[in-house]
Ligand binder design. Structure first.
Ligand code: BES
Ligand code: MN
Ligand code: ZN
Length: 500
């Protein structure tokens, strides 16, 4: 991960307007109807009326999302003036988008330094400033460690942002927590972006051990231990791989001993070939991000520890590689899960549920959580149903579902609930074992969730199918193309809103 961007918060300027000596760019808010905020008025003066002149000859109106770049006169204190529309005032997520868009524009223009003035907000000045900075930070993520030949002129230039508002001290404080969340998001994006020859179960586990520096307890379990625990389903998936399967449990104890932990479980298939039920060659390289659920859980733990969340949280990830091999599991095999339930493996490509079911059993037995949320790039079918706009949400508790839905709306990582029920569950009936691992083509994402539900005993539980969300081919203001880090902001918000 590279992010050399330094962000500082400063007070609104006092005294006479600045004149000569260009120090970088400046950005100001304009309200719908071309109304200049206090900062824009001041900069207009400082630049000899450059803003007013530009507004007169452009179609920029100040609507939310609009922007206009103005070259400042040669004797001005700035190189360029960026105008951003705030409509009739912006919400938190819109401030994040403004930050993301400005950072991108500044980089595209080769600016190294900028002063961003925040006013005209619908939210408090501190919230606006902190969220703008957060958006700028999130947008600047790049995974470029394997590029050896990138030209300097193609690299980002922006190094310093100074965010000016009426409440700099408050903004700085809010930003501190947001920065910790961004660190978590970047950790997830890094893990998901790594190629599968570099990131495999053991190397993934090693990356997670680094979280100990933040005060997270990290326990790594190898195959010997997993066999002892009876994780026959998870181990069956890893059989075809030269790499040893791992389960990693991360603990953050931010609340008193008595409070039962929240538990987050992630699917960590570091590469999914499909196994003996081999996937087609086209696009198979994308299956390096089949560990996106485990990546999100890891980034979440980093975010929570980084901002010292006052909650007890356990993150557990099942790390395996699904490969075809002489020793791989076969379609038709029957495996015994840690819960004791037997599974007829009809399709070795439906491996995620085999990994998750044993980790779900383990965390319930070992940690008696007050609730469990699992994340998994579980089914292609969820992409058919929801596209790349919502993760699928499956839940056995209405309040929990509502909380996750809300957290999604407030964090720009949206989820949409889908139904579950006995009639779907019937599709998993096997002729020779307790269940099959696939339920046929209809409602493929739902039957995958029904499979997992069979391993939940009387615990509030939600399953997020993030197959359409872990990776993106389209960039958004705060999410560059590639690994999105989906789940970290959502679940950080969920924890912050309800559990301290
Ligand atoms: N990792 C895939 C799901 C997936 C597919 C994620 C496409 C992202 C994009 C999962 O292990 C899988 O292969 N699922 C199968 C299930 C089927 C065999 C019942 C699928 O979705 O085709
Ligand atoms: Mn698969
Ligand atoms: Zn998979």
């Amino acid at each position: 991960m590279t992010n050399a961007l330094k962000i500082a918060f400063s007070d609104a300027p006092k005294g006479a307007p600045k004149k000569a000596g260009a120090t970088g760019a400046v950005a100001c808010a304009i309200e719908e109807g071309r109304k200049l905020g206090p900062a824009a008025q001041r900069v207009d003066e400082e630049t000899g009326g450059a803003i007013s002149r530009a507004l007169k000859v452009s179609r920029f109106n100040g609507k939310t999302g609009e922007s206009l770049t103005v070259l400042a006169p040669s004797d001005a204190a700035y190189s360029r003036v960026y105008l951003y529309g705030v409509g009739r005032g912006l919400e938190l997520l819109q401030w994040q988008d403004v930050g993301g868009r400005l950072a991108k524009a500044l980089n595209a223009d080769g600016e190294k330094e900028a002063l961003i003035c925040v006013d005209l907000g619908a939210v408090s000045a501190a919230d606006a400033a902190a969220n703008l900075a957060y958006g700028a930070l999130l947008s600047g993520y790049r995974f470029d460690k394997y590029r050896t030949k990138e030209k300097a002129s193609d690299k980002p230039t922006l190094r310093k942002l100074s965010v000016q508002s009426e409440e700099p001290a408050k903004a700085r404080k809010l930003y501190k927590d947001l920065e910790a969340v961004a660190d978590g998001v970047f950790f997830t994006r890094d893990l998901v972006s790594e190629p599968p020859n570099v990131l495999y179960p053991e190397s993934f586990a090693k990356e997670l051990q680094a979280l100990e520096a933040l005060g997270v307890e990290v326990e790594v379990m190898g195959e010997k231990k997993l066999e002892k625990l009876g994780m026959g389903a998870l181990l069956a998936v890893g059989r075809g791989s030269r790499r040893e399967s791992q389960v990693v449990v991360m603990k953050w104890n931010g609340a008193g001993k008595s409070s039962r932990p929240l538990c987050f479980v992630g699917k960590g298939v570091t590469f999914d070939t499909g196994g003996i039920s081999l996937k087609p060659a086209g696009g198979m390289e994308e299956m390096k991000w089949d560990m996106g659920g485990a990546g999100a859980v890891s980034g979440l733990m980093k975010a929570l520890a980084g901002r010292k969340a006052k909650a007890n949280v356990i993150g557990a990830v099942g790390l395996v590689e699904n490969m075809p091999d002489g020793d791989a599991q076969r379609p038709g095999d029957v495996v015994t899960s840690m819960s004791g339930q037997t599974i007829e493996v009809i399709n070795t490509d439906a491996e995620g549920r085999l990994v998750l079911c044993d980790v779900l059993t383990y965390v319930q037995k070992e940690h008696k959580p007050q609730l469990i949320v699992d994340l998994a790039t579980l089914t292609g079918a969820i992409i058919i149903g929801l596209g790349h706009e919502h993760a699928g949400l499956f839940c056995n508790d209405d309040e929990l579902a509502e909380r996750l839905h809300r957290a999604g709306q407030d964090s720009a990582e949206k989820v949409w609930r889908l139904p579950m029920g006995e009639d779907y569950d019937k599709q998993l009936k096997s002729d020779i074992a307790d269940m099959k691992n696939v339920g046929g083509r209809p409602a493929g994402s739902i039957t995958a969730a029904q499979f997992l539900a069979r391993f939940i005993d009387n615990t509030k539980w939600a399953h997020l199918d993030i197959a359409g969300m872990a990776w993106s081919t389209k960039e958004k203001p705060t999410v560059p193309k590639g690994a999105t880090g989906f789940g970290v902001r959502l679940l950080n918000r969920f924890v912050a809103d309800h559990y301290g």
